[in-house]
Ligand binder design. Structure first.
Ligand code: PRX
Length: 631
C-alpha cells in the first residue's frame, strides 16, 4: 500500500490522533480540550475549547520571522497596477481596517457583508473581520442587487463594505448604485455602508449618515493597533452563500478552528507549498476558492499570495505565465474554464515565459475534460492536478497529495479521497456500494472533517434535511454529484444529481434562474436547464411560456421578449446566470403529477435521447421542444 493510502487510512481509523497532530500546524491561544465532539450527529464540533483567531494565524504569527516578506501582491491588469504588501504592511493595513470597522459598531459575532472587487481592501476587510471575531459574508461582485438583498436579509449584517466600482475587460461596473438598490430592497438593511473609493465612478452618490468613506476613516485611525479577539474553535468565521435546488441560497457557515487546521494541513500535504514561496490562485474573493486559497490558506502557511484583478487574456494570453515567472510562483490554482479559454489562444504564449518555478497547477470548480487536461499538462510541462470540492467543504474532497506522495495524474480524474474524508460511492437505488466502473452518488460518512461547513446559517434543520436525506436510512452527507471509480481507485465526477449547473465554474441553481426569468411580467412558466458549452462547461437555456402570446407575433417581437427576459435575469440574479437563449413554447413537458421533466429537456437540448417518457402528460410538449431546438 502506498504512503498516501496509509495516510488516508490513519485519518479515518485514528481520526482524533490524526487531527490532533495536524492541529499543531497553527497557533492556539488556548489549547483545545478535546479533538472532536460528535454527540449530536451529523453536527461535528472540532477542537472543542480551543481558542484561536484566523487573522492572528494569517498575519501576526509570521511577523517575527517574515515581517519583510511579501504577504499580498496585488496585480491588476485592469488598472495596470501592482502593489506589494509585506507581512508587516499587511498587519498595519488590517489593523486600520479593523479599527474602522469596529468604529461602525461591529464586534464579535456581528455580520459584515462584503460586496467588493478584487482589490487589496477586500482582503484587508476579510482579515479585519476575522481579527474582530466578526463574521464576514462576501457576496460575489457579479451578483445583482436582488441577490445581494436576499443575502442581506438572511445574514442581517451591521455593516456593508463595498467600493465605487469593479473593472472587467476594461469596462467599469458601478457597485455603489447596485448596493443602494440592494439596501432599498432589503428588509434588514445595515445601518452603515463603508465605501472604498477607487476614483473610478466619479459620479458616485453618497447618502449622508449612512455612507462612510474608507480613506477618511482610515486617516483617523492611522497607526491603530486592534487586539485580536480569541474565538472558541467552533465559533463561526464566515458565511458564504451557495446555490442548491431551491431558489433560496444557503448560508454555508464555517467554523474557525477546524477551518484553520484544514487549510494549514492542505497547504502542506495537497498543494505542497512551502512557507516563503508564492501561490497564485486565479479565482475571486467572492467564491470559496478565493476564501481558502487566495486569502486564508497561503497566509496561514506563510506564503506570498497573489491577488489578480483582470482576465486571463488581457493585455494578452501570456499575462498569467508572466506573473508566474516574475513572482516565482510555485503553486498555481485555476479553473477548467480558464484553461479552455487559454487553449484557444496562440500556444506561443505558453512558451514565452520561464515556468520553471512552478511545481503544480491545480484546477477545480467544474469538470475538467480529458483533452483540456492533457493539453495543459503538455503545454506547461508540469503536473496539472484536477481536484474536486465544494463551497460546503471549504477544502478538497478528491485530490492527489503531492506533499505526501509524487502525483500520478490520470487525465479526467480528480484522484483519490482526501484524508479526513470517509467517502462512499453508493448506488442510487438501494444505497449499496457501487462496484468499480459503476456510477454512484458520492457521499461522505460523518463526521465531516475539520474545515467543512458546520451548519446552514440560522437553520440547523435545513442543514440536516438538505444534505443528509439522500439515503433516508443512512445519515450520510450527499455531495449531489455522481461519480465513478476505476479499478485503480481513481474517481471521476460525472455531474450533479440535482438541478445545480456550473457556468464557467460559477455554481448556479436552475431554480434561481427560473425565478429571475419569472420576474418578467409576461412569463407564465419557465424551465431552465444547463446545456454543454465548449468553453464554459455549461450554459443555462430557458424554455418559457408567455401569458400574452400577442407579443410573439413576429420575429422582432420574439427577439424583443427574449432580450427583456435576459435583462430580467441580469437584474434579478446577475449576468453570470443569463441564459444563452430563451426559447418560447406553449407547453412544458411534465409528468402526469405535474413534475417538470428536466432531464428529458436537457437531453433534448444536448441532442441526446430524452429517456423514459412513460410518465409524460402530453407528448406534444416534447415535440414542440424538439421543433424550437431545430429552428
Ligand atoms: O459539481 C461539483 C463541481 O462544482 C460543485 C461545487 O461548486 P462550488 O460550491 O462552487 O465549489 C467549488 C470549489 C472548488 C461540485 O459539487 N466541481 C467542483 N470541482 C470539480 C467539480 N466537478 C468536477 N470536477 C471537479 N474537479
Amino acid at each position: 500500500m502506498g504512503a498516501y493510502a496509509d495516510f488516508h487510512r490513519r485519518s479515518i481509523e485514528d481520526r482524533e490522533a490524526f487531527w490532533a497532530e495536524e492541529a499543531q500546524r497553527i497557533h492556539w491561544h488556548r489549547p483545545f480540550d478535546s479533538v472532536l465532539d460528535f454527540r449530536r450527529p451529523p453536527f461535528a464540533k472540532w477542537f472543542v475549547g480551543g481558542e484561536i483567531n484566523l487573522c492572528f494565524n494569517a498575519i501576526d504569527r509570521h511577523l517575527a520571522a517574515r515581517g519583510d516578506q511579501p504577504a499580498l501582491v496585488y496585480i491588476s491588469s485592469e488598472t495596470d497596477t501592482q502593489r506589494s504588501y509585506s507581512y508587516r504592511e499587511l498587519h498595519r493595513e488590517v489593523n486600520v481596517m479593523a479599527a474602522v470597522i469596529a468604529a461602525q459598531g461591529v464586534g464579535r459575532g456581528d455580520r459584515v457583508l462584503l460586496y467588493m472587487p478584487m482589490i487589496p481592501e477586500a482582503v484587508f476587510a476579510m482579515l479585519a473581520c476575522a481579527r474582530l471575531g466578526a463574521i464576514h459574508s462576501v457576496v460575489f461582485g457579479g451578483f445583482a442587487a436582488a441577490s445581494c438583498a436576499s443575502r442581506i436579509d438572511d445574514a442581517k449584517p451591521k455593516l456593508l463594505v463595498t467600493a465605487d466600482a469593479g473593472l472587467r475587460g476594461g469596462r467599469a461596473i458601478h457597485y455603489k448604485p447596485l448596493v443602494d438598490e440592494a439596501l432599498r430592497l432589503a428588509q434588514h438593511p445595515p445601518q452603515k455602508v463603508l465605501i472604498v473609493d477607487r476614483g473610478i465612478d466619479t459620479t458616485m452618490q453618497r447618502i449622508p449618515g449612512r455612507d462612510v468613506d474608507y480613506a477618511t476613516e482610515a486617516e483617523k485611525h492611522a497607526g491603530a493597533q486592534v487586539p485580536v479577539v480569541w474565538l472558541e474553535a467552533s465559533e463561526p468565521s464566515y458565511i458564504l452563500y451557495t446555490s442548491g435546488t431551491t431558489g433560496k441560497p444557503k448560508g454555508v457557515q464555517r467554523d474557525t478552528g477546524g477551518y484553520a487546521v484544514a487549510l494549514a494541513s492542505s497547504m502542506q500535504h495537497l498543494y505542497a507549498g512551502k512557507p516563503g514561496e508564492t501561490m497564485f490562485t486565479t479565482s475571486d474573493v467572492g467564491w470559496v476558492v478565493g476564501h481558502s486559497y487566495i486569502v486564508y490558506g497561503p497566509l496561514i502557511h506563510g506564503m506570498t499570495t497573489i491577488l489578480y484583478e483582470g482576465l486571463p487574456i488581457r493585455p494578452d494570453a501570456g499575462i498569467w505565465w508572466k506573473i508566474v515567472q516574475e513572482h516565482k510562483v510555485t503553486v498555481m490554482f485555476s479553473s477548467p474554464t480558464a484553461a479552455r479559454v487559454l487553449k484557444k489562444q496562440d500556444p506561443a504564449w505558453l512558451k514565452k515565459y520561464d515556468l520553471s518555478s512552478l511545481r503544480h497547477l491545480f484546477l477545480a470548480g467544474e469538470p475538467l475534460d480529458e483533452p483540456t487536461h492533457r493539453w495543459l499538462h503538455d503545454a506547461i510541462g508540469k503536473p496539472v492536478i484536477d481536484h474536486y470540492w465544494q463551497t460546503e467543504t471549504g477544502w478538497p474532497i478528491l485530490s492527489l497529495a503531492p506533499g505526501i506522495e509524487p502525483a500520478t495524474v490520470k487525465y479526467g480524474s480528480p484522484g483519490f479521497p482526501v484524508y479526513g474524508y470517509d467517502l462512499k460511492l453508493l448506488r442510487e437505488a438501494d444505497a449499496s456500494e457501487a462496484a468499480a466502473g459503476e456510477k454512484g452518488v458520492l457521499t461522505i460518512a460523518p463526521p465531516l472533517p475539520p474545515g467543512c461547513m458546520s451548519t446552514v446559517w440560522g437553520d440547523d434543520g435545513r442543514f440536516v434535511s438538505t444534505y443528509f436525506r439522500t439515503f433516508p436510512k443512512l445519515q450520510l452527507y450527499s455531495t449531489f454529484d455522481w461519480g465513478v471509480r476505476d479499478a485503480d481507485g481513481y474517481t471521476f465526477i460525472l455531474g450533479r444529481t440535482d438541478d445545480v449547473i456550473n457556468v464557467a465554474g460559477h455554481r448556479i441553481g436552475t431554480r434561481e434562474i427560473e425565478e429571475a426569468v419569472q420576474a418578467h411580467p409576461n412569463i407564465a412558466e419557465v424551465a431552465v436547464v444547463g446545456v454543454a458549452d465548449a468553453v464554459k462547461g455549461q450554459m443555462p437555456l430557458a424554455f418559457a411560456v408567455v401569458k400574452d402570446a400577442s407579443t410573439l407575433q413576429d420575429t422582432a417581437g420574439i427577439e424583443r421578449t427574449e432580450r427583456e427576459v435576459m435583462a430580467a435575469v441580469d437584474r434579478n440574479l446577475g449576468a453570470i446566470a443569463r441564459p444563452r437563449r430563451v426559447l418560447f413554447v406553449t407547453l412544458l413537458p411534465k409528468t402526469r403529477s405535474g413534475k417538470l421533466l428536466r432531464r428529458s429537456l436537457q437531453a433534448l437540448a444536448e441532442g441526446r435521447d430524452p429517456g423514459d417518457l412513460t410518465t409524460i402528460e402530453d407528448p406534444a410538449a416534447l415535440e414542440q421542444i424538439s421543433n424550437v431546438l431545430r429552428t
